[in-house]
Write a protein that binds this ligand. Structure first.
Ligand SMILES: Cc1cc2nc3c(=O)[nH]c(=O)nc-3n(C[C@H](O)[C@H](O)[C@H](O)COP(=O)(O)OP(=O)(O)OC[C@H]3O[C@@H](n4cnc5c(N)ncnc54)[C@H](O)[C@@H]3O)c2cc1C
Length: 415
């Protein structure tokens, strides 16, 4: 039986970030994943600026290697399209200007297939002698004893750990059975994704596109440009609405592509080059207890996906890193109690809480198409608001302004 201070279950973005941050701190760990990498993960493949920020904080060399990787496209912003088809381009950098190339010095968003991005992170894990990575091992049992967690899986896997970092994604049984967090349709999104080739009309600066089409509200249809003329195309809708309206997401997406006047044209020469696959998005629109005796939940296993944008990779990396920092404190104090690890929750909600709240507010706004249309209409004429929206992605303190309801009231009154 292996013995370790920290065992990380899952080697996706959250688990990889935790392991790499622990290695940076000189702490050994065991990472176990049911998949053998490279492996696919159903996703939109959009990496916002948070990804580089998080990797940079773990180790600037990892961020540098990602910047140099050729499996991704650089993206400089997001196009939001409202139900009445008001379109708003928001550059990731507040100084974005499509007329000149100044902003291009530092792209802060990327689109890359998860099979490549996650394998990049696993390659980073493999560089570190402090990390023992076990692939192809499905963990199926967790037993808490006085001296630690006993974790078992197939291939005779057995490990005793002082502390668990749970990073096994949206379908984590630990989250459900031990942490008692269950799926609630109003805090969960159902998503599907497909790869297409030759979709036309993409933004020259590779903006990712979120189309809040009437038929999908409160969800959206997306097109994210990829290398080699491919695009990640998908649909995400709140599970509550999917159930209520008895929606078939695959049918809805194919219907949009075939019949919507705008997309019919853009997909005229396009070819579907993958299966259409679905997966869940556990949203951070509700605060939960993310730690307990000898464990911390991270990434999707902690329900940390942004409820407005659907972004979970950045929050996965952030939470993995925060869990590693808290693990280091617990090891130093030789204290793995729920009270000690509650500091993890405090840190998560201090750092990610304001933004999750704001996004929840924006998500609710989508339920009122007229308000959403109005906001988009105003925004397209209001430079200050555009800059603020950029800040949402660029991570400056101004973002806090956006979390205040008074901001929207003033905006609507002063238009
Ligand atoms: C349709 C869709 C579109 C999305 N689009 C975007 C987007 O464009 N941008 C964005 O930022 N986010 C997006 N997300 C969210 C993003 O995919 C997740 O937030 C992100 O993958 C979370 O990372 P994670 O490390 O927590 O979990 P995961 O990436 O799911 O990794 C979990 C790992 O745990 C392993 N595992 C699972 N069970 C076990 C077990 N029992 N034993 C051992 N290992 C196990 C898995 O093999 C996997 O490698 C999207 C999600 C969906 C479904």
């Amino acid at each position: 039986m292996l013995e370790t201070k920290v065992c990380i279950v899952g080697a996706g973005p959250a688990g990889a970030a935790a392991a790499l941050q622990l290695a940076q701190l000189g702490i050994q760990c065991v990472v176990v994943d049911k998949a053998v990498f490279p492996r696919d993960k159903v996703c939109g493949d959009g990496l916002s600026g948070k990804v580089i920020t998080a990797l940079n904080r773990i180790d600037p060399e990892i961020a540098r290697r990602l910047k140099e990787a050729n499996f991704k496209v650089n993206s400089w912003g997001v196009t939001f399209v409202s139900p009445a088809r008001y379109s708003l381009d928001v550059g990731y950098r507040p100084d974005y200007n499509s007329e000149n190339n100044a902003h291009k010095e530092t792209p802060i968003g990327y689109v890359c297939k998860r099979i490549d991005f996650d394998n990049f992170l696993v390659d980073e894990i493999k560089r570190r002698p402090e990390i023992t990575l076990l692939e192809g091992v499905t963990v199926d049992k967790y037993e808490l004893k006085a001296d630690g967690y006993y974790v078992t899986g197939n291939k005779d896997f057995k490990v005793k750990a002082d502390l668990l970092i749970i990073a096994n994604g949206a379908h984590s049984s630990f989250t459900k059975d031990v942490a008692n967090i269950t799926m609630e349709p109003k805090h969960y999104v159902a998503g599907i994704r497909a790869y297409y080739k030759n979709v036309s009309g993409n933004n020259p600066d590779n903006f990712i596109e979120l189309h809040f089409l009437k038929s999908l509200l409160p969800g959206y249809f997306w097109i994210f440009p990829l290398p080699n003329g491919e695009a990640n195309v998908g649909v995400g809708v709140l599970s509550e609405a999917v159930r209520k309206k008895k929606m078939n997401l695959k049918k809805s997406m194919l219907d949009i592509i075939a019949n919507d006047p705008v997309f019919k044209e853009r997909f005229k020469d396009a070819e579907l080059v993958s299966n259409i696959e679905g997966y869940g998005l556990p949203l951070g629109s509700k605060q939960r207890v993310l730690s307990g005796e000898r464990y911390m939940l991270t990434g999707d296993a902690a329900y940390l996906i942004d409820p407005f944008t659907g972004e979970g990779i950045g929050n996965g990396l952030y939470s993995g890193r925060i869990a590693a920092l808290q693990a280091a404190e617990a090891i130093k104090a030789n204290n793995y109690s729920a009270a000690q690890l509650a500091k993890y929750d405090t840190e998560i909600y201090r750092i990610l809480g304001p933004e999750l709240k704001l996004s929840h507010r924006l998500q609710k706004l989508i339920k009122y198409p007229w308000l959403f249309n109005t906001l988009m209409k105003i925004s397209s004429r209001n430079k200050q608001l555009q800059e603020l929206l950029s800040c949402m992605f660029y991570e400056v303190d101004l973002r806090k302004k956006l979390a205040k309801p008074s901001f929207y009231v003033k905006l609507l009154l002063n238009r």
